[in-house]
Ligand binder design. Structure first.
Ligand SMILES: NC(=O)c1ccc[n+]([C@@H]2O[C@H](COP(=O)([O-])OP(=O)(O)OC[C@H]3O[C@@H](n4cnc5c(N)ncnc54)[C@H](O)[C@@H]3O)[C@@H](O)[C@H]2O)c1
Ligand SMILES: N[C@H](CO)Cc1c[nH]c[nH+]1
Ligand SMILES: [Zn+2]
Length: 435
């Protein structure tokens, strides 16, 4: 199912042999642009039509009523509730430790700079819901936003034909469990557009006010829409179709490697599953194990498409040093390391959304219950973006206060630099205070 690429004799630059999907964000812009424009112009009515087109249902109301949130939690399966509560507790603990402290610095006498962190006022949190159901993504979005102190949180998730046009009841239950009251039945690029531009009904009433930041994972249409609205609003990162890279040597158990590759391939036909190893023996055993396990998995068709796509492969390289080079060039959303010395190798990884060490840390643990965040950059964006965290919802702001003595100490330097830049009025604004 997976293609084996023997790169042991290759002299090519590793960045040229990385497996990537043919359909990426740049190939999806043309599909998404008219959707964004339709929502910008047409508001609630456009959103309803787009839901009918892409989700096969017209939601009874764009905003999910409070009673529906309450009812969903009341009917939530007890085991799922317990699992969600465990995830929430662990995620709260981990994310609370991310809160940065303010600092006050005196770079000279009578001079004070305060660095403070200010929460973004209103955020839109996207929770996927096309091919699978993602209550865990409600938690991954909401917990860091709440820890950061965001005061206005809105959640959007696709309307479900099988659930009366509202988002999946487990998603609604998770939102209610976290105290979220503002939930919208809308998915895909149209949900991103609603958050960016806001949405009014036919009478002109603002049903969803625009947000300042959109976060959360989604398929290629969601990720493309997030890139497109950047500038109108902020986004966390491009967290599109899931990727897993496993970096392993011959000490790894092939059946565990195969299970982990398949676990992420089941998200999406465009999901990527890559093994990079210095062991041909492991590579061959993983290929066999993948074929055996994939045939048994319920989402076999989706998994097959993901694993046979150009984004997935088994790469055999000369050494673990080259494997590290490949991992850094690829910048996987999730990088698992299963080698003789996971910790030492992980210190050499610069580019990865999150790193999972050893045989007992599968990505699916991080997806649900490790306490870490599963909203992570894809498509190589881990080289410049972080996974969702508390600082994603904060802005750093400096407050500057100099007194007469403090300003006096640097006045001539301001004037010198102002003159050097050909901006003498800047210098004058300081000098005038001492005349
Ligand atoms: N990177 C991360 O952090 C992360 C985390 C969780 C999930 N994911 C990814 O999120 C995605 C979830 O995908 P999903 O599809 O289940 O749910 P989704 O909510 O992301 O997408 C469903 C929506 O896509 C839109 N859509 C579907 N086909 C379309 C088309 N042809 N044209 C325009 N719009 C269309 C519809 O509006 C639909 O509501 C997967 O790719 C998964 O791998 C990523
Ligand atoms: N693996 C996904 C992140 O790419 C997150 C997830 C949610 N549910 C299951 N998995
Ligand atoms: Zn997953």
């Amino acid at each position: 199912m997976l293609t084996l690429k023997d790169l042991r004799v290759s002299t090519a630059d590793v960045s040229t042999v990385l497996p990537r999907a043919e359909q990426d964000i740049s190939a999806t812009v043309e599909t998404v642009a008219p959707i964004l424009e339709k929502v910008r112009r047409g508001g609630v009515e456009a959103l309803t039509e787009l839901s009918e087109t892409f989700d096969g249902v017209r939601p009874p109301s764009l905003r999910v009523p409070q009673w529906k949130l309450e009812e969903s939690l009341a009917h939530l399966d007890a085991q799922v509730r317990e699992a969600l509560e465990t995830l929430i507790e662990r995620a709260r603990e981990v994310h609370s430790a991310q809160l940065p402290a303010a600092s006050v610095v005196s770079p000279g006498p009578d001079a004070r700079i305060t660095n403070r962190w200010v929460p973004i006022e209103r955020v839109g949190l996207y929770v996927p819901g096309g091919q699978a159901v993602y209550p865990s993504s409600v938690v991954m979005n909401v917990v860091p936003a709440q820890v950061a102190g965001v005061s206005s949180l809105a959640v959007a998730s696709p309307p479900q034909k099988d659930f009366g046009g509202y988002p999946h009841p487990t998603v609604l239950a998770a939102a209610h469990l976290l105290g979220i009251e503002e939930v919208y039945a809308v998915g895909g690029a149209q949900a991103v557009a609603m958050f960016a531009y806001g949405a009014r009904d036919a009478a002109g009433h603002q049903v969803c006010p625009p947000v300042k930041l959109i976060t959360g994972p989604g398929n290629i249409f969601v990720a493309t829409a997030k890139r497109a609205v950047q500038g109108v609003v902020g986004i966390d990162a491009e967290a599109g179709p899931t990727e897993i890279m496993v970096l392993a040597d011959d000490s790894a158990d092939p059946s565990l490697v195969a299970a982990d590759l398949i676990s992420q391939a089941e998200h999406d036909e465009l999901a990527a599953a890559v093994l990079v190893t210095d062991s041909m023996t492991l590579a061959e055993r993983v290929l066999t194990a993948v074929d055996e396990q994939a045939a048994q998995t319920p989402h076999v068709d989706r998994v097959k498409q993901s694993l046979t796509g150009s984004q997935s492969a088994v790469l055999v390289v000369d050494s673990l040093d080259v494997a590290v080079e490949v991992a850094n060039a690829y910048g996987a959303e999730h990088l698992e390391i299963m080698t003789g010395d996971d910790v030492a190798l992980s210190d050499r990884i610069h580019n990865a959304g999150a790193v999972f060490l050893g045989s007992y840390t599968p990505v699916s643990l991080g997806d649900y219950c490790a306490g870490s965040n599963h909203v992570l950059p894809t498509g190589g964006a881990s080289a410049y973006s972080s996974g969702l965290n508390v600082t994603s919802f904060l802005r750093s702001q400096q407050v500057i206060r100099y007194g007469r003595e403090g300003l006096g100490q640097v006045a001539r330097h301001v004037s010198a630099l102002a003159a050097a830049e050909g901006l003498p009025a800047h210098g004058e604004a300081v000098e005038v205070r001492f005349r």
